[in-house]
Design a protein around this ligand. Sequence first.
Ligand code: DGL
Length: 265
Amino acid sequence: MSVPPTILVFDSGLGGLTVLREIVRARPDAHYVYVADDAFFPYGHHGEDQIIARVVPLIGELIAAHRPDLVVIACNTASTLVMSHLRERYEVPFVGTVPAIKPACAGSTTRRVSVLGTRGTVKREYTRALIRDFAQGCEVTLVGSADLAALAEAALSGEDVSDDLIAAELAPCFVGAGASTAMRTDTIVLACTHYPLLMDRLVKLAPWPVAWIDPAPAIARRVADLLKGPGRRADHAGAEIVFTSRKPHTLSEALMPFFGGRIPA
Ligand code: DGL
């Protein structure tokens, strides 16, 4: 029987757990290393050159330390910049996370779609090109949020995050208030992996119902395709979580569901 593959999932913080959760469902047998670059969080507040200079060598160190079979960059703010640099530099296969503009626009009935991401992601040429290529005639509103990723981390850590703070970040996504239903935003792309951590709150605070597009299931399918083989064997090595700040973490039990019930070491 072959050895279970090691999959390294990387994000600036805990948002990539929403991608990890789907990958674990697709490949429950794999060994997982989740890396949160919390020493540099939030990426949305850094310039493009700074992110490239930070992430590219860091991924090299992580590959040397953990020898993964595949690396997932579970962060839009980084993926929209670093994927070509990583693929040029390292041999391991990479899967990135970029705004799901194509499926969102394909599914929108009102032809009004909003993309909610970090300020960095919505400014990227990569994101603008996705809109040029795949908007399919939809009116796409880009909404750069300064604080929603940090609010999602706070909520996951058990802190009280008020509805007002979340609703304020969300409000610009809803275009057409007062207009008929046919003229309003009906689809929102979650272009930051942190945001699905707040899914229940987003649904509750939305001024009207919309389709929320989370790319995590599609990323998990891509990972499963690249890894070949059904991989049914249980992974006895468990899962690991690494924080680049090296601060001790106390969240193991809260994070278990994202790791398919395993307690990350
Ligand atoms: N989770 C990251 C993303 O998908 C961003 C959060 C941050 O600003 O670091 O874009």
